[in-house]
Design a protein around this ligand. Structure first.
Ligand code: S3P
Length: 174
């Protein structure tokens, strides 16, 4: 029996945090972010972890966080943009519940992510390098149960689409 979480995946700037929080409120569920679990556990911000210990260390912390997620059920979980992008990670996430990929046009995702800032994976990378990173991650995100195209949509509209896709997926299962 799956633990019935809703797990949001997608590239930086997809709106996983904002939409996840809104979705959780609509459904009366708890909301958790893997990045927050990492900073709470480590005591440093994500950029500080990258700066002081490197991306490798951050990815180890991410793996530990996935283990901790096994204890959760009935929650909305927003993951970091790189969380699903290792061999076997999508299987781990799919075992936690329904995985939803918030996709969109890269230009829009990038603009949103840059506006909010604090993204070590974007720092010092050219647009071509970011496009390559996005391209290399799509096969992982693509293993989600549900994909929602967020292009041109506000958070409310994205959440409405997610809710409707979840309803359809549920109806198909019963
Ligand atoms: C990362 C995305 C970030 C955060 C970290 C690494 C990535 O989360 O986990 O900076 O590798 O794409 P958001 O997707 O919420 O920006």
């Amino acid at each position: 029996m799956s633990p019935d979480n809703i797990i949001l995946v997608g590239f930086m700037g997809a709106g996983k945090s904002v939409c996840g929080r809104l979705l959780a409120r609509r459904l009366g569920r708890c909301f958790v972010e893997t990045d927050d679990m990492i900073t709470a556990h480590d005591g440093r911000s994500i950029p500080e972890i990258f700066r002081a210990a490197g991306e490798g260390r951050f990815r180890e912390l991410e793996a530990e966080t996935l283990e901790a997620l096994k204890l959760k059920s009935g929650e909305v979980i927003a993951t970091g943009g790189g969380t699903p992008c290792r061999e076997g990670r999508m299987d781990q996430l799919r075992a936690l519940g329904t995985v939803v990929w918030l996709d969109g046009e890269l230009r829009e995702l990038h603009a949103r992510a840059s506006r909010i800032g604090n993204r070590p994976m974007l720092e010092g990378r050219s647009m071509a390098e970011i496009a390559e990173l996005y391209r290399s991650r799509r096969p992982f995100y693509g293993q989600a149960h549900i994909t929602v195209d967020t292009t041109g949509l506000g958070a409310d509209q994205v959440v409405a689409r997610v809710l409707s896709a979840l309803r359809d997926a549920h109806a198909a299962r019963v």
